[in-house]
Write a new protein. Sequence first.
Length: 420
Amino acid sequence: MGLVTGACFAELGHKVVCVDNDASKIRSLKQLKIPIYEPGLEELVKRNCRQRRLVFTTDIARAVKGSTAVFIAIGTPPKENGEADLTGIENVARSIARAMTSYRLIVEKSTVPVETGRWVERTIEINKRKGVTFDVASNPEFLREGQAIKDFMQPDRIVLGVGSKKAEKLLKEIYAGIKADILVTDIKSAELIKHASNSFLALKISFINAVAKICELAGADVERVAEGVGLDKRIGRSFLDAGIGFGGFCLPKDLEAFVNISRQLGYSFDLLKEVKRINEFQKEDFVKKIESNLWNIKDKTIAILGLAFKPDTDDMRFAPSIDIVNTLVRHGAHVRAYDPQAMTRAKKIFLSGVKFCSGPYEAARSSDCLIIITEWNEFKELDLKKLKKLLKQPLIIDGRNTYSPEALKSHGFKYVSIGR
Ligand code: UDX
């Protein structure tokens, strides 16, 4: 998020210094090596570095001295109890305060619990030099991995949580190059908008996954139901794709954090607890589907297509594939896996029982069934005849409803998908 934000601000014409305390990451970035797979990011970084609008450093003090606004894009990983770990934000706020020589606008971009703004403000107040003024603002980011640049440049809205006119004016100037609705709120409301948005998206996904289960039991088709429901403008069709549940570093973590924040504030957000329970159920139910179609999992060879938590990213954090593959391996299956981008990261997670293959057909070779976990485009156009020859039996279990059941049936496959 930090790198995308920095590169996009540079593209808008600002001079941007990106800071990280990971020296090896900064070294790679200086050599224009991008540490993550995000479509379009490499070209954007290269172009703006060449034009000297984007630079990288580990020296936070120098970066703060030369800047008007400082955006905090530190990760807020979950602690064991599900609360967000804010140690990184506190450390950075302290370093920023110590480096400030005149007015600075400090902007939280990380997803943080409501009231973090107040803590950042306090930390800066305690650690800054006498007489130096500052503002803290909250500017939550809604970008999605895989389409982060588009989401940044053409957002549905820009939320500015501010406590002063000066902060509002500065932030509006920074975003002047982007055409979007701007919503100005107080800081706490901006912080809550982010949690409420991500939790609502998670809720939509769990809702359609629960409906998918009812569709299976009733003999209906969840795709048609989602279409019919989504045509209602008040609901909308997006985020109604049934599947094996949501993963990634934001939705699961932010949902958990929102439940915790609510509890601390004195409200038990049971609705969101159920959203999480349904999400866990999706993965368990998917493994049951595999089991009921293979009879026994032990000693079966299973081809897995897709490991990343969604297409167009190499991110494996909280990917549904982790629980599903681990359960299959625990039950004694031999897994042959392929992902177009996430295999380097996946190799560090799946240490045994998984053979990483060079492509979808290599994974399918002599497997008892083919499982689709992530709906990468290249899995939507597989050569079905070839696949049928390579598999021991023509069985596809699809966690992302990538194919039409009729098409696969006509090719002689047994095809099992979600909610249809
Ligand atoms: C999310 C939010 O969308 C974004 O606004 C926020 O800034 C960061 O968190 P991201 O984590 O990149 O973005 O992924 P997203 O596209 O939201 O997908 C999250 C998960 O939900 C994925 O595992 C995806 O496969 C799943 N999903 C999404 C579904 O199962 N069904 C859907 O209809 C949509």
